[in-house]
Design a protein around this ligand. Structure first.
Ligand SMILES: Cc1cc2nc3c(=O)[nH]c(=O)nc-3n(C[C@H](O)[C@H](O)[C@H](O)COP(=O)(O)OP(=O)(O)OC[C@H]3O[C@@H](n4cnc5c(N)ncnc54)[C@H](O)[C@@H]3O)c2cc1C
Length: 91
């Protein structure tokens, strides 16, 4: 098992019948190394909210209130509280 490691690419190798996975491991010092591994079965479990894309809403940059994505609205989050505010949910 490796920690602090990001999957940067997954490539199906038809001739070998395996996935080639490119990984980037970052040390606490900030130094990183890239390496490859392979597997027969690849389970994609990266979540749906980790690499989100903002919808294209015209004029959103001029909105004076707070704008948040569900990920930043977790009860433990200190940067986004909806209590006692007028809020709109889009989507
Ligand atoms: C505000 C909020 C409240 C919620 N409340 C509830 C609740 O009360 N009850 C409930 O059942 N569900 C709740 N959910 C939903 C629940 O959190 C998700 O459904 C669940 O976490 C999804 O689990 P997952 O393992 O699929 O993804 P995640 O928990 O998102 O885990 C994915 C992991 O993959 C890692 N990852 C992403 N990309 C890469 C990459 N390229 N390389 C390596 N690692 C990567 C991420 O860092 C992360 O650790 C809530 C979600 C939100 C946002």
């Amino acid at each position: 098992m490796t920690f602090n490691t990001e999957v940067v690419g997954c490539y199906w190798q038809e001739d070998q019948g395996q996935w080639k996975v490119k990984l980037r491991q970052t040390q606490p010092s900030g130094q990183s190394r890239e390496f490859e591994d392979c597997c027969d079965l690849l389970l994609h479990a990266t979540g749906i909210l980790n690499n989100f894309k903002w919808p294209d809403i015209e004029g959103i940059e001029k909105f004076k209130g707070k704008v948040g994505f569900p990920r930043s609205m977790a009860p433990s989050s200190t940067d986004f509280k909806v209590d006692d505010t007028h809020s709109t949910l889009a989507g």
